[in-house]
Design a protein around this ligand. Structure first.
Ligand SMILES: *[C@@H]1O[C@H](CO)[C@@H](O)[C@H](O)[C@H]1NC(C)=O
Ligand SMILES: *[C@@H]1O[C@H](CO)[C@@H](O)[C@H](O)[C@H]1NC(C)=O
Ligand SMILES: *[C@@H]1O[C@H](CO)[C@@H](O)[C@H](O)[C@H]1NC(C)=O
Ligand SMILES: *[C@@H]1O[C@H](CO)[C@@H](O)[C@H](O)[C@H]1NC(C)=O
Length: 506
């Protein structure tokens, strides 16, 4: 198994890490996505929807992931073939209900459909998501459907396994007219029963199984014995490991043991079947860009070696798109602890979550050079050079600490005999507070008695020492030290790079 490659690389990351996980689901990517329409399976069986993956990729990886031209999956549904009034409809092979009447109520009350559905086998490589509903699914990324000759879940699963991008299927009995209904000539023909096998590019769930049927002239189309299954496996993009299935959770990676943030940003795809290769290509595009624009300070280039991709859904119902979170090194499934996010009253949930790592290089972790570069950048952005002076022992504590006004996130400088920076959980405006700290501690004592400012607690002393040495040379004995309260959570320049990339129109 290629996945054993991951173990040595990750073995080091076991210690409890002090800092919070540095990535959050970027809900801004979802703001302009329209609610997908419910898809009715009609028309010609075995007519597969096609998607332009280049266009999908280009739209999501361009500068703004938000201004994506959305191709609604419904538009790709095969068009309904116009048939002559009262012409024969496709032959159905399911048991027909005409007792006590040939109507929807009798169909729904016929136990044969439910009994078949409940006793159906769970195909190898699939997981059952629901059993015996009276509705069909409308999941993410419609692919195709087939009318089967028997209610055979294994047969439907084989079709799914063969169809590129198929993540799940829905199999059910549908009450259909034997003739095309016509307003005057045959408004309510005798019924037949189709056994539908419908393939989807996203997870097939109870929540998205809501199509109870429709009225066709006087004829009532209804559904019974509907079962749902999702794939436990999806194809690995070339050069990547096999998929690791994380189900309903996303990776919530901490900083690495040296404090480095391996998270590189995210992409969102909003049409077409779930396709891990889209993420692999987004990773690659990011790498091409990053390698072409290396950091000017000589610090290492961050490249994407691992990604987590999943379907994001709104309020447990609507699949919004395929999300890709990119990382510079691999994380094991024990970090799959993020099960979604709230935005006001809206709940964003995760499904069909998988990870993949670059099979020749799952990323270097921990990465001292990268951690030092990040620490240096963070100290600069947070104006914590003064802490460095003290940390390195250049300075004694004849210092004035001045807090300047800032909005979010906030650290406050408190008045104590040692310089102490305390994180405040609320965001508020801190007015200037001045504390005179006087002491005649020795250099050594000073360095060890200084509490580390919150943003820097994730770094071990060796990393801080290296980063500080690059920033601070020497400070006069009686320096006036000004500490600004600006705190930065995470390495901002990295996410900026992600947002400005424009490499993908090919
Ligand atoms: C399906 O319909 C039948 C008949 O109306 C009903 O007894 C059954 O509870 C329904 N099943 C579900 C899951 O709603
Ligand atoms: C279901 O389909 C599979 C694959 O086509 C076949 O091997 C199997 O015999 C079928 N099962 C039944 C009960 O017909
Ligand atoms: C997935 O994306 C790749 C790369 O764009 C493409 O070649 C492939 O056909 C796609 N697969 C599906 C099922 O759309
Ligand atoms: C895997 O990583 C190596 C080293 O960074 C890189 O050269 C290679 O292109 C990567 N493979 C893929 C498929 O991205």
């Amino acid at each position: 198994m290629r996945s054993t490659l991951l173990i040595p690389a990750l073995a080091a990351i076991v210690a409890a890490l002090p800092a919070p996980a540095p990535q959050e689901i970027d809900l801004d990517l979802f703001v302009n996505i329209p609610t997908p329409t419910i898809i009715q399976v009609t028309g010609v069986p075995d007519q597969t929807s096609t998607y332009d993956t280049k266009a999908i990729l280009a739209s999501a990886t361009a500068a703004s992931s938000i201004s994506v031209a959305i191709t609604d999956a419904a538009a790709s549904t095969p068009s309904v073939v116009k048939r002559a009034a009262c012409a024969a409809e496709p032959v159905g092979y399911g048991p027909v209900t005409n007792q006590p009447n040939d109507d929807a109520a009798s169909f729904l009350n016929n136990p044969v459909y439910g009994n078949t559905a409940k006793s159906a086998a769970i195909p190898v490589g699939y997981q059952q998501t629901f059993s015996n509903l009276n509705a069909s699914s409308s999941a993410y990324g419609y692919i195709t459907f087939t009318n089967l000759k028997s209610y055979n879940t294994t047969q439907c699963a084989l079709k799914c396994s063969k169809a590129a991008g198929c993540m799940g299927f829905n199999i059910y009995f549908e009450r259909n007219p034997s003739k095309t209904p016509d307003k005057t000539q045959c408004p309510n023909p005798a019924s037949l029963t189709q056994i539908r096998c419908v393939l989807w590019g996203g997870a097939v769930t109870t929540a998205n199984t809501v199509n109870t049927g429709r009225k066709w002239e006087q004829f009532q189309v209804v559904v019974a014995g509907s079962n749902g299954y999702v794939s436990q496996n999806i194809a690995a993009p070339s050069g990547y490991s096999d998929a690791t299935f994380l189900d309903k959770a996303a990776i919530n990676a901490p900083f690495d043991t040296l404090g480095y943030n391996t998270y590189m940003g995210s992409k969102l795809f909003t049409s077409g079947p779930f396709n891990a290769t889209l993420c692999a290509e987004a990773c690659n595009a990011q790498n091409v860009y990053n390698l072409a624009h290396p950091p000017t300070d000589g610090s290492p280039v961050q490249t994407c070696q691992f990604f987590n991709t999943y379907i994001m859904s709104l309020n447990g119902k609507t699949a919004l798109g395929q999300y890709c979170a990119m990382y510079s090194s691999a994380w094991s499934n024990k970090y799959a602890t993020n099960t979604g996010a709230w935005n006001g009253n809206d709940r964003y949930t995760i499904g069909s979550s998988y990870t993949f790592f670059n099979s020749t290089n799952p990323g270097t972790t921990p990465n001292a050079a990268a951690a030092i570069a990040q620490a240096k950048e963070e100290i600069g952005v947070s104006s914590l050079q003064n802490y460095c002076s003290t940390f390195l022992g250049y300075n004694d504590l004849n210092a004035y600490a001045t807090a300047t006004s800032t909005r979010v996130p906030v650290s406050t400088v408190t008045s104590t005999s040692t310089l102490k920076i305390k994180a405040s959980s609320s965001s508020s405006t801190v007015s200037s507070s001045v504390s005179k700290a006087s002491s005649s501690l020795s250099k050594r004592a000073v360095a060890s008695s200084i509490p580390t400012p919150t943003p820097l607690t994730k770094y071990p002393g060796s990393i801080l020492s290296s980063a500080c040495s690059m920033l601070v040379t020497s400070v006069p004995k009686t320096a006036t030290v000004t500490v600004s309260t600006a705190t930065v959570t995470g390495a901002t320049s990295r996410s900026t790079v992600v947002k400005t990339i424009t490499t993908t129109t090919r």
